[in-house]
Each structure stands twice: as C-alpha cells, then as structure tokens.
Design a protein around this ligand. Structure first.
Ligand code: FES
Length: 107
C-alpha cells in the first residue's frame, strides 16, 4: 500500500430477491463485525464504515480501502490478514490521554 488508507469500507448490502447477488447474503455482516472489532481492539488508525453497494455485487463480500484497492471475495479467515496489512500501513492510535503534569494536580 503506497498511501495509507484513511477508511476501510465493508459492503453490507442485502438484496431481497434470491437470484440477485449481494454481499450480505455472502456473509459480509460477519466480516464487517470482525473488522470493526479488530480495528478497535488493535487501535488501528483508520476509520471503519459499513457501506451499501460498490457495484461489484457478484464479487462480494467486498472491502474497499480509501484510498486504495478493493478486496473481493473476502472470507472470515482473511480478516486477520487484512487487519495485519492495515496495521502495518496505518499504524495505531494513541487513544489514551496522557496523565496531566504533576504541577496541575491538586495537593
Ligand atoms: S451488494 Fe456489495 S457491492 Fe453490491
């Protein structure tokens, strides 16, 4: 990955007609939950969003990195590898507030 992605999007679109392809019918909700949980647990510095249809419905479940590439045909066993790549490319957030300087604490 050249420029680190700022967003990871997972399509969660579900079509109600059985003969029309959609990512949710192929398990994208489970993938979205695993990615969201993994990004949070690892504090990966990226925004995660669920998305409704990229227009690549027959190739799903689909993940899109912004900026970056599509990952088509994502399966649950691919999620850890995707998270590893995102962590390498984006780094982690320092979510913890630093302790205030001691001279600002009351006595
Ligand atoms: S339903 Fe996922 S890309 Fe269209």
């Amino acid at each position: 990955m050249k420029e680190p992605p700022k967003k990871a999007l997972v399509c969660i679109n579900r079509r109600l007609k059985a003969d029309e392809a959609s990512c949710a019918v192929r398990g994208s909700l489970e993938i979205a939950e695993a990615m969201e949980r993994g990004i949070k647990e690892r504090s990966i510095d990226i925004v995660f969003e669920r998305f409704v249809c990229f227009g690549h419905c027959t190739k799903g479940p689909n993940v899109k990195l912004v900026p970056g590439a599509f990952v088509h045909g994502v399966t649950p066993d691919m999620v850890d590898g995707i998270l590893d790549q995102l962590q390498d490319a984006c780094g982690t957030r320092d979510d913890e507030e630093p302790d205030p300087p001691l001279h600002l604490l009351g006595s």
